[in-house]
Design a protein around this ligand. Structure first.
Ligand code: FMN
Length: 135
């Protein structure tokens, strides 16, 4: 199965999550500044939320995607106030006609002292189990 991993990460939280996904899938995780080089069956796409939005670079990346070249996107990410960035990611992807998997992974992401330390080791282990369960 051809798999790619992309993320936008301001504080390294989504990057840490992407690296765990990369370990499980044995694929290098890259920032959204790196376009997909070839068609993929599964694309993992992750981000945090800032002032209620995902960073504009996520939208820029999604606009580079060809819906016929992406089998399904598995969204992931972390946030401190709302439950998850996944609904935002899903909406942006579906508006481009890109298929989004039902399965996704979200966890807490620290905002200063709020939820400090998250994503923590336990969050990352849950993520590892989630990705393993998809294989
Ligand atoms: C300035 C700032 C604004 C944030 N705004 C939100 C927000 O509106 N909603 C939310 O749920 N989390 C918010 N967060 C928490 C981030 O989504 C969280 O830190 C996330 O883990 C960042 O992921 P990243 O390091 O991969 O970019 C905010 C954090 C900061 C520092």
């Amino acid at each position: 199965m051809r798999t790619a991993i992309r993320y936008y990460s301001k504080f390294g939280h989504s990057k840490a999550m992407a690296d765990v996904i990369g370990e499980v899938c044995q694929v290098g995780a890259q920032p959204v500044s790196v376009p997909l080089a070839e068609p993929v069956d599964v694309l993992f796409l992750g981000a945090g939320i800032f002032l209620g939005k995902v960073n504009a670079k996520i939208g820029e990346f999604i606009r580079t995607l060809d819906p016929s070249q992406v089998g399904c996107v598995v969204c992931f990410g972390s946030s401190a106030i709302v439950d998850s960035p996944v609904p935002l990611l899903r909406k942006m992807l579906e508006e481009r006609g890109i298929k989004v998997c039902d399965q996704s992974f979200s966890c807490l992401g620290s905002m200063g002292p709020v939820h400090a330390g998250h994503p923590n080791a336990e969050d990352l282990e849950l993520l590892r189990s989630f990705v393993t369960s998809l294989k």
